[in-house]
Design a protein around this ligand. Structure first.
Ligand code: NI
Length: 226
């Protein structure tokens, strides 16, 4: 689980919100699986609207250019983001995300290794509406600043608690990683972070930085699906 801060700049966030304000919300249950559907009570933007498509593409482009996101997720295929809204009393009870998703108007299946929530509402503007991830340590509440993103394993049970004041808007997406195994992906992430910071100190032509970088790429060769 990793939080990625300021995925959207203040200007990008304002542009995204402006776009969202022009759209009509629909019942969120249209895209949930059978078990999830029983506990899903929210609204979302229709993915067949051209303006929503543009918005989804914009978010995907921004993410593809975010070094921390790419390093942590090592994405192979990304399911286009869904924009959703929770008003007062709305909630998404405990569920697990579908293992396989098929993007609209596509036959390419995506195995969901990682789930992500991009927060679009400031935490001060709503109460409740926490993303809660159930793990071995209990339930971890996540409520990030607008423009921040949380990336977490799709294998986890999770929920969004009821909003009790204001409304909560976010974009959610799923991705299939080139590295299916969470432990392997974590090793690669740590290694990449070390390569980045040592490069800053010693330059990318330092022999040890090159050797570490070679190991990073060779582990990807061993483990990656492409
Ligand atoms: Ni979910």
């Amino acid at each position: 689980m990793i939080a990625i801060r300021e995925v959207l700049s203040a200007e990008q966030l304002a542009a995204v919100r402006q776009q969202i304000a022009k759209e009509q919300w629909i019942d969120g249950s249209v895209t949930a699986g059978t078990q999830a559907n029983k506990v899903k009570n929210n609204q979302q933007l229709p993915s067949d609207s051209p303006l929503v498509r543009e918005l989804e593409d914009f978010i995907l482009t921004v993410l593809a250019q975010n070094p921390l996101f790419v390093s942590a997720a090592l994405p192979l295929k990304v399911f286009p983001p869904m924009i959703n809204r929770y008003g007062i009393g709305e909630t998404y009870g405990v569920h697990v995300d579908n293992a396989i998703r098929v993007p609209p108007e596509s036959s390419a299946r995506i195995r969901t290794d990682l789930s992500a929530t991009l927060f679009l509402t400031d935490p001060d503007d709503y109460d409740g509406g926490e993303l809660r991830l159930e793990d071995h340590f209990g339930s971890q509440p996540v409520k990030l600043a607008a423009g921040d993103l949380i990336l977490y394993p799709s294998t986890s049970l999770h929920q969004v608690t009821a909003v009790t004041k204001g409304e909560r808007v976010s974009a959610v997406l799923w991705l299939q990683s080139m590295i299916r195994d969470h432990e392997q992906r974590k090793i690669l992430f740590d290694l990449d972070q070390s390569v980045q910071s040592l490069t800053t100190i010693h330059g990318d032509d330092h022999p040890d930085v090159m050797r570490l970088s070679r190991n990073y790429h060779n582990l990807i060769r061993l483990w990656a699906e492409t």
